[in-house]
Design a binder for this molecule. Structure first.
Ligand code: G6Q
Length: 522
């Protein structure tokens, strides 16, 4: 049975939400905070994760109505269909089963009548054994030396996820240097290969289709560079592939034994949990890679089994809809207070905007309400010295997720105290602002009384700007897995509520076609 096809704006809950919005749109977070239970009432603790969504322009009634909307469009049914392998990617005729890649349950998942769990397990074993050989130095290059560098060649979903995770888990990294080549810009690949030694470098070509122009061009350039010092018989020791297209991999010269499978039921941008994550396992070791998957599975179970009013991805998705569709907010910021997560916003831009940037509903009709949000961001505290001015005092409403960790990894507690003081201070400043009266007093006490009239309006912070605190105990492979899965489920929830198909990406095709035509004309 296909997904339901319900225009959210025609539901009863939407009408109630519209009335509720009109009555409460000028609600003040500061006033709401007069209720001393607010933080407890609007927080969810899930093992090592605490999500505090009390600094939003919402009351309990808002949440109740948003949950009513989720129920009215039968989100529960959509979640079940995704996890059990129904063809919910209708436009591409595919199941969407990245959750199966991290499932440790015995429950079989059938694709074309066949349980896919055994092939997932076989692939994980292959990833483990290959990673162990390379990391331990047993895997030798063509001159008998161990591998020192790993280069992931891929783009989009075959690049952003592994790149972001390797960067985020740098603390857990082994001795291998990991590089990522993606852009068709030849300067990108040139900069990377210029410092590499072909004798000690392993290339992982990641391409589900093995036809992607950027990846194949980069792979050919690298192969030609490699063959300047080695022979075609040395290719199996230095090139492995992750793909569904075995024929193309074979004609590239890669040994069948060195091909890791990918499956049509895993979308590119959700594929880091498959062999696409090979460079993650090489970089931090299989056990850490497995822990990443375990964290994601924990979030999967939470998403699947928890009531919507306590369900973290669902609540974050509903809040996003509240601002996007009722307050007219166009963008959302993701602000991790960890330098390790500097690539998270880029990764989420693809995951969120490629999935929910759709203007046609599940009926094929043009949509007359807002869908996918624009997501952007950077790490704190750097961004406080950059774009936060606009978030605090600009004319736009920008809901923001503040991602933080109670503990730092190296234990520099002085730094961490300061980092977290900034983390909380930013959210307080956004929510509560600074009134005219406060500015007045401040200027008076600082001896600037003469300037009060001149400066007062510029120094006022209106406040009432929403944020969510997403706080983990510590950045570990497991907690990172949980965080990524949280956003994946938020994406799906929003897609379901907006009545769109989140798992296709036809919007990226036209540009590619035109580039090919232009190239042929040259
Ligand atoms: C992601 C998209 C896209 C894809 C790349 C790479 O969901 O489908 O970003 O991952 O175009 O595709 P290949 O893996 O086939 O090279």
């Amino acid at each position: 049975m296909a997904l339901q096809n319900i225009n959210p704006t025609k539901t009863k809950a939407w009408k109630k939400l519209t009335n509720h919005f009109n009555e409460n749109k000028n609600i003040s977070i500061k006033d709401l905070y007069k209720n001393s239970n607010r933080q407890t009432d609007f927080s969810i603790q899930f093992n090592d994760l605490l999500v505090d969504f009390s600094k939003n322009k919402i009351t309990q009634e808002t949440i109740d109505l948003l949950v009513e909307l989720a129920n009215e469009v039968d989100l529960k049914d959509a979640i079940k269909k995704q996890f059990t392998g129904e063809i919910i990617n209708v436009t591409e005729g595919r199941e969407v089963l990245h959750t199966a890649l991290r499932s440790t349950s015995e429950e079989p998942i059938l694709v074309n009548g066949k349980n896919i769990k055994p092939q997932i397990q076989t692939t994980l074993r292959k990833i483990r054994s290959f990673s162990n050989k390379v990391i331990s130095g047993k895997w030798k290059g063509y001159t008998g030396k161990s591998i020192t560098d790993v280069v992931n060649i891929g783009i989009g979903g075959s690049d952003l996820g592994p790149d972001m995770v390797v960067e985020s888990l740098q603390y857990y990294k082994n001795q291998l240097n990991t590089h990522f080549v993606s852009n068709i810009d030849g300067d990108h690949v040139s900069e990377i290969i210029k410092n590499l030694n072909p004798e000690t470098t392993l290339f992982v070509i990641v391409s589900k289709t093995f036809t992607t122009q950027e990846t194949i061009t980069n792979a050919e350039t690298i192969k030609n560079w490699f063959l300047k010092s080695a022979t075609i018989f040395d290719i199996p020791k230095h090139f492995v592939a992750v793909s569904t297209n075995l024929e193309a991999v074979d004609s590239f010269g890669i040994d069948k034994a060195n091909v890791f499978p990918m499956w049509n039921w895993v979308g590119g941008r959700f594929s880091l949990w498959s062999a696409v994550g090979l460079s993650i396992s090489l970089s931090v070791g299989f056990d850490n890679y497995k822990a990443l998957l375990e964290g994601a599975e924990e979030m999967d179970n939470h998403f699947r089994n928890t009531d919507f009013n306590q369900n973290i991805p669902v609540i974050l998705a509903l809040l996003s809809i509240w601002y996007n569709n009722f307050y007219g907010a166009e963008t959302e910021a993701v602000l991790p207070y960890s330098q390790y997560l500097k690539k998270l916003p880029d990764y989420l831009q693809q995951a969120i905007m490629e999935s929910n940037g759709k203007g046609v509903d599940r009926n094929g009709d043009k949509i007359d309400y807002q869908t996918g949000t624009i997501v952007w961001g950077s790490t704190g505290t750097n961004m406080q010295h950059a774009f936060m001015q606009l978030v605090h005092q600009g004319t736009k409403l920008i809901p923001a997720d503040f991602i933080g960790y109670k503990e730092s990894l190296y234990g520099l507690t002085d730094h961490h105290k300061k980092l977290m003081a900034n983390y909380y201070a930013q959210m307080d400043a956004l929510a509560f602002g600074k009134t005219k009266e406060e500015v007045h007093l401040e200027l008076k006490f600082s001896g600037d009384e003469a300037k009060i009239n001149q400066l007062l309006p510029f120094k006022v912070f209106e406040g009432n700007r929403p944020s969510n605190a997403i706080l983990f105990d510590k950045l570990t492979p497991k907690s990172l897995g949980k965080l990524i899965a949280l956003y994946e489920h938020k994406i799906y929830t929003q897609g379901i509520l907006w009545n769109i198909y989140s798992y296709d990406q036809f919007g990226v095709e036209l540009g590619k076609e035109l580039a090919k035509k232009l190239l042929n004309k040259q």
